[in-house]
Design a protein around this ligand. Structure first.
Ligand SMILES: Nc1ncnc2c1ncn2[C@@H]1O[C@H](COP(=O)(O)OP(=O)(O)O)[C@@H](O)[C@H]1O
Ligand SMILES: [Mg+2]
Length: 285
C-alpha cells in the first residue's frame, strides 16, 4: 500500500460555452488546465483560490461527477474514469462529498435517519443494528442529539445541518472526503466548531480530506498541505507552513496579502491589553 491515496495527473476540463458576447461566438473554455495533485493517506490537502479558479470543477472530476477532457485520476491504485460495475459502485462510497449549502444538499422531505442511512441503502448494504440505531450513533459522533433522528433538515441550524451532511459522508466509511467550501457559509464561531469536528473525525478514522476553500484563515486551521489554484491551474503546492510563511508564487503572495492577518477589533483589544499590562507593571515597581 502506497502513501498516496489519490494521484491526479494533467487534468483538463473544457466546457463548451455558447454564444454570448458581441460576436455571439461559441467556443471551448478551459475551467481546469493541466492540474496535477496528490492526496496522501490520512492528510488534508487544501485546494485554495479565488472564486472561479476551477476548484469545484477539479473536485467534480475527482469524484467522477463529470467526465474529464483529458488526464488521469488514480484512486487507491485504480483509474477512476475507467471504473465500471462493482468497482465503480465501491468507488462511489469510498469518496464522499460535503457541500457548501447543507440545506440544498440534504433532501428537505427526508428525515435525518433516512438521509444519513441513504448511502448504505444505495450501496444495498445491510444497516448494522437497524436504521434508527445506526443513524443515532452517527448523529452522536457528529455532536447531534440522536433523539432528533426523526426531524427534517429545516428543523436544524446551519451548523447542525452541516453536521448531518458530515454524518451522511461518514456512513459508508470513506477513504476520501471532498469538502467543497463546507464551512464557508457558517458563522465564524460555528465554523471553528465544525472544523474541530472534521479534524477529530479524521484522527479517529484516518481518512483523507480534499478540503476546498477560498478562506485562507480556515485553511490554515486544517490543512496538512496546500495547493493554490489560479485560472484553472495549480500555481503552487507545498506544506501548509511553507505556503503560508514562505510563498513562492506571486499569485499566492497576493492571495495571502489580501487576507487581514488580524481583525482590527482584535488589534485594538490587543493594544488595550498591552497598555493595561504596562500600567500594572509600572504600578508594581
Ligand atoms: N458546467 C459548466 N459549464 C460552463 N462553465 C462552467 C461550468 N462549470 C464551471 N464553469 C466555469 O468554470 C470556471 C471554474 O468554476 P469552478 O470550478 O466552479 O470554480 P471555483 O469552484 O474555484 O469557484 C468558472 O469560470 C465557471 O463559470
Ligand atoms: Mg466552487
Amino acid at each position: 500500500m502506497t502513501d498516496t491515496l489519490l494521484r491526479a495527473r494533467n487534468l483538463v476540463k473544457e466546457f463548451t460555452v455558447s454564444g454570448g458576447g458581441l460576436l455571439g461566438r461559441s467556443g471551448r473554455f478551459r475551467a481546469v488546465d493541466d492540474v496535477s495533485l496528490d492526496v496522501r493517506r490520512g492528510e488534508t490537502l487544501a485546494l485554495v483560490g479565488e472564486s472561479g479558479s476551477g476548484k469545484s470543477t477539479t473536485a467534480r472530476l475527482i469524484a467522477r461527477l463529470i467526465d474529464t477532457t483529458s488526464g488521469t485520476i488514480e484512486f487507491d491504485g485504480r483509474e477512476v474514469h475507467a471504473l465500471t460495475g462493482k468497482a465503480l459502485h465501491a468507488f462511489r462510497s469510498e469518496v464522499q462529498m460535503v457541500f457548501q449549502d447543507p440545506y440544498s444538499s440534504l433532501n428537505p422531505k427526508h428525515t435525518v435517519e433516512r438521509i444519513v442511512t441513504a448511502p448504505l441503502v444505495y450501496q444495498r448494504r445491510p444497516i448494522p443494528g437497524g436504521a434508527r440505531a445506526f443513524a443515532g450513533a452517527l448523529m452522536e459522533r457528529v455532536g447531534l442529539d440522536p433523539d432528533h433522528a426523526g426531524r427534517f433538515p429545516a428543523q436544524f441550524s446551519g451548523g447542525q445541518a452541516q453536521r448531518i451532511g458530515i454524518a451522511r459522508a461518514l456512513a459508508v466509511s470513506p477513504k476520501l472526503i471532498i469538502a467543497d467550501e463546507a464551512v464557508s457559509a457558517l458563522d465564524v464561531s460555528v465554523q471553528a466548531q465544525v472544523i474541530n469536528l472534521l479534524r477529530r473525525l479524521q484522527e479517529e478514522e484516518g481518512f483523507s480530506y480534499l478540503f476546498i476553500a477560498h478562506d485562507l484563515a480556515v485553511v490554515r486551521q486544517i490543512a496538512t498541505r496546500v495547493a493554490v489554484m489560479n485560472g484553472g491551474r495549480i500555481v503552487e503546492t507545498g506544506d501548509r507552513d511553507t505556503v503560508f510563511d514562505a510563498p513562492q508564487d506571486p499569485y499566492t503572495r497576493r492571495l495571502l496579502a489580501a487576507v487581514p492577518r488580524i481583525r482590527p477589533e482584535w488589534d485594538a483589544a490587543r493594544r488595550r491589553n498591552e497598555q493595561a499590562r504596562r500600567e500594572r507593571e509600572e504600578a508594581e515597581l
